[in-house]
Design a protein around this ligand. Structure first.
Ligand SMILES: [Zn+2]
Length: 127
């Protein structure tokens, strides 16, 4: 039995975090999940070339999925902080770094760590 490599652990973690946020946004449908898998495949190649980037994978996968969703569905994740004005998406910060989190540039606040959007939405979820 092979031990799970740090690289695979990073990819598993990235998948889990992004899926958690997709579930929180109620967009975790089968074709959306496949977007995550596509990104994981590409980032597996990327991190094999640059193992030191393992800690950055989650943030990159989130941005890949964000870009892919923008083409097919529109903005994701929508900002849960700003109650008025135009709906806008959150951004991942840092774009290339460890400990990625979602920020709203309009309000200038950190909204949630990647994978924690569900708890950040809090009482705003009524359905
Ligand atoms: Zn906002």
């Amino acid at each position: 039995m092979d031990p799970i490599s740090p690289l695979e652990q990073a990819l598993h973690a990235a998948r889990a975090l992004v899926l958690a946020d997709l579930v929180a946004g109620e967009v975790a449908e089968a074709d959306v999940v496949s977007l995550v898998e596509d990104s994981i495949v590409q980032r597996r190649w990327w991190v094999e070339q640059w193992p030191d980037g393992a800690a950055f994978v989650a943030g990159l996968v989130a941005q890949d999925v964000q870009d892919a969703l923008l083409d097919r569905y529109g903005r994701w994740p929508l900002c849960p902080v700003c109650g008025s004005g135009d709906p806008h998406a959150l951004d991942v910060e840092p774009e290339l770094g460890p400990d990625p989190h979602w920020v709203c540039h309009k309000a200038g606040v950190k909204v949630a760590s990647l994978g924690s959007l569900g708890s950040a939405a809090g009482g705003a979820v009524s359905s």
